[in-house]
Design a protein around this ligand. Structure first.
Ligand code: SF4
Length: 441
């Protein structure tokens, strides 16, 4: 096996897992192939958070099946949340797959490859590694895709059990990495030229809680971790995602207000605006409590950008419930919102709930979410025109005419001026759309 092709789907955590998969395979001597038909090993790193993710993957696996028929020696491996959720059923659904493993077993990828090659002999049984593992993939080396930015996993798993979510089943319980381990990893990244790190976890606000629950009373909480990272010399920016509103503490808001390197952006999924629906989702807060957190954040952190996730068509959602979601959007004045139709996931409580909403109603509601989200985002971007914003320049803009970067509010900015990628510059904002700013250094 000389070359590998990797296709990854889903969230930032999966993007980071993809960087680790690259490092693991290249440490085995494999080289990257850009197209599946020129690779000996095909790897698909999967997401199963919504039906659409499964459907997208099925298309790619169709190609893998064809390439496997053309060359029986080719190896097809699948990693991530889908095989973890389905296990044996996954192999019955995709019998040409030579091996699979879940997110907690990423470190066993080389072992999986060797076992898959062996099992690919006639009569062999494809290996599947799905057991809960002690080692956290956060400790694995990553082959980073971006020179000046890096993902840093601070914890894995989730114990919130929102009724629509499959993550606790596929990524296991919350586990935090040690503060010293994270700080030394970040020091290494800064020495390697990284200017901005994004801390990753399903619910970063609960960082350290699992350790404190296990009797390690002195274990640091999230604000303490941010303060330790703010002290890392040469680190310009710290971002984090994702935050659960019920754990957005005063200590965290103070850290955001006080620490120069912590960027003024919080991704705070609301999911819905009706207390009845929030309770059925098992979100653990009311719309009023959510808004109180947003207002406290905006009062303490000028220019903070608050973005969110919203679900349309949760089982039992009435037109009045939905109207309350639109109301919450206006009251929170979201700077950006990611909108989804409810997608029943096997094994979640919400999939069994009565009152499943008709597909056309879900679609019609999500379109209304999108229209309002764009209106609010455009208003938010336009407030920057004529002002100055700090931008980390990432590289050439999509149209190739200038440069492209990201503000501290996590907004994409197209920048003109003679600047090197990796530089952090002040721009004069001269224009805005609902997704980007334009400006000159
Ligand atoms: S907080 Fe809820 S939605 Fe987020 S990962 Fe955990 S269970 Fe899923």
């Amino acid at each position: 096996m000389r070359t590998y092709y990797l296709r990854s789907f889903g969230c930032q955590m999966n993007e980071h897992d993809a960087e680790r998969i690259r490092a693991l395979l290249e440490a085995e001597g494999l080289e990257r192939a850009d197209q599946p038909d020129s690779a000996d090993v095909l790897v698909y790193n999967t997401c199963t958070v919504r039906k659409s993710a499964d459907e997208r993957l099925a298309g790619h696996l169709g190609t893998a099946a064809r390439l496997k028929r053309e060359d029986a020696g080719r190896i097809v491996l699948v990693t991530g949340c889908l095989p973890q959720a389905e296990q044996d059923a996954f192999f019955r659904r995709f019998p040409f797959v030579d091996g699979a493993l879940g997110p907690q077993n990423l470190h066993r990828l080389p072992e999986l490859l060797a076992a898959a090659v062996e099992a690919a002999q006639p009569g062999g049984r494809p290996p599947g590694f799905f057991a809960d593992g002690p080692l956290m993939s956060g400790d694995l080396t990553a082959r980073r895709e971006r020179p000046y930015q890096a993902w840093v996993q601070i914890m894995s798993g989730c114990t919130n059990f929102c009724s629509y979510c499959i993550v606790p089943q596929v990524r296991g319980p919350e586990r935090s990495r040690g503060l010293d381990t994270i700080v030394s990893e970040v020091r290494g990244l800064v020495a390697d030229g990284v200017r901005e790190v994004t801390l990753l976890g399903q619910n970063v606000n609960a960082y350290g809680l699992d350790q404190r629950r296990r009797g390690r009373g002195g274990a640091a909480d999230f604000p303490a971790l941010l303060r330790a990272l703010d002290a890392v010399s040469g680190l310009a920016r710290v971002r984090f995602m994702t935050s659960h509103p019920k754990d957005l503490s005063h200590g965290l808001i103070r850290a955001l207000a006080e620490l120069p390197s912590v960027c003024e952006h919080v991704h705070l999924p609301a999911q819905a605006g009706s207390d009845r629906v929030l309770a059925a989702m098992n979100r653990g807060y009311t719309a009023a409590a959510y808004l109180e957190r947003v207002h406290a954040l905006r009062a303490a952190v000028p220019d903070v950008s608050v973005t969110t996730d919203l679900i349309a068509g949760f089982p039992g959602e009435s037109e009045d419930d939905f109207a309350q979601t639109l109301e919450l959007m206006r009251a929170a004045a979201f700077d950006a919102a990611f909108t989804f139709v409810f997608s029943p996931r096997r094994g979640t409580a919400a999939a069994e709930l009565p009152g499943q909403v008709a597909a056309e109603v879900k679609r019609e509601r999500v379109e209304r979410l999108i229209v309002l989200a764009q209106e609010l985002a455009l208003g938010s971007r336009r407030r920057w025109v004529g002002r100055r914003a700090e931008v980390l320049v990432e590289g050439p803009s999509r149209d190739g005419k200038g440069l492209r970067g990201r503000t501290r509010q996590n907004v994409t900015a197209n920048v003109s001026g003679a600047i090197e990628p990796g530089a952090i510059v002040e721009i004069e904002v001269t224009g805005a759309t609902s997704t980007t700013l334009r400006g000159r250094a």
